[in-house]
Design a protein around this ligand. Structure first.
Ligand code: NAD
Length: 278
């Protein structure tokens, strides 16, 4: 499998495509991640909140792959924003993953109301964790433009990525634009709209038929072409293979425009609004 790598603003690189394991049950995670690694996936996106870091670690250990062959991301759980707890939590994640270092550690949610917006001290803790070598890169997730502006202004430390909800029904352009303005890359979560209506949308289905591809492959190709990083979730080996087979066709300019026109603005959101989620 030939997966492109993208350069991050801290001079490291990241595979543009991988596997996300949200909602993969802990006792099935090793099997799913093993399938993905066997198929050629080299980027796994997990989180403390997902409760399946140990399964990811077991699959990595059993794979026989060298540490630098697989890109591993985890994310700080919402209860651990206080700097000392953030640090303890990464130590625990490393234990569960069986690693000395993750490739990327993210603040999962800004929680601007729960902590009176004090994600700045959390961000400083992540910068220290990077200096200590426990994570190669640091980033944020679900940060709105004002949240990214705030951490960069307060600390001068730019996140490598902002992982945000993006799919055709919710293009999330303001957050994408703010992320890129700071030189960070967008990681598009729920790129398949969590298996919802986009997969049967007549525009998506028609474009898929025109290329002899599936709707899922069209959605993923569209996002990869926009320069975003994607890690669709599936527990089926066949779908894992299908989702990865997106680098052998190209969408036309007209098709790209048609997909962009599906944006429903905030009504297209599947997940919580980061401004109020706590
Ligand atoms: P997704 O958009 O990847 O959709 C996954 C669902 O789509 C599957 O459960 C399945 O029902 C369906 N599906 C998968 N492949 C398919 C195919 N080929 N054909 C038809 N249906 C298919 O949803 P997601 O899991 O929410 O997002 C992907 C990853 O993004 C997560 O696993 C997680 O790693 C990350 N994520 C992060 C956040 C965050 O707050 N940072 C939030 C949600 C998701």
């Amino acid at each position: 499998m030939d997966i492109p790598s993208l350069q991050l603003n801290d001079q490291t690189s990241i595979p543009q495509f991988g596997l996300g394991v949200w909602q993969v049950p802990a006792d099935e995670t090793q099997r799913v991640v093993t399938d993905a690694l066997e198929l050629g996936y080299r980027h796994i996106d997990t989180a403390q909140m997902y409760g399946n870091e140990a399964g990811v670690g077991a699959a990595l250990a059993a794979s026989g792959l060298a540490r630098d062959e697989v890109y591993v991301t985890t994310k700080l759980n919402n209860g651990f924003h206080e700097p000392a707890r953030a640090k303890e939590s990464l130590a625990r994640s490393l234990e569960l993953l069986g690693l000395d270092q993750v490739d990327l550690f993210l603040i999962h949610w800004p929680l601007p109301t729960r902590y009176d917006g004090d994600f700045v001290s959390t961000w400083e803790a992540l910068a220290e964790l990077r200096s200590e070598g426990l994570t190669r890169s640091i980033g944020v997730s679900n940060f709105q433009p004002q949240h990214i502006d705030r951490i960069v202004e307060a600390t001068g430390v730019v996140p490598a990525v902002n992982q945000i909800e993006v799919h055709p029904y919710f293009a999330n352009e303001a957050a994408r634009e703010a992320t890129r303005r700071h030189g960070a890359l967008v990681e598009a979560w729920s790129p398949l709209g969590q298996g919802g209506g986009e997969l049967t949308d007549e525009v998506v289905v028609r474009i898929a038929q025109a290329h002899g591809k599936t709707p899922a492959q069209v959605l993923l190709r569209w996002q990869v072409d926009r320069g975003d990083i994607v890690f669709p979730k599936s527990m089926s080996r066949d779908r894992l293979a299908e989702n990865a087979a997106i680098f052998d066709f190209a969408l036309t300019t007209a098709e790209v425009a048609e997909l962009a026109a599906l944006d429903r603005g905030p009504a297209g959101r599947q997940g919580p609004d980061p401004d109020v989620f706590d």
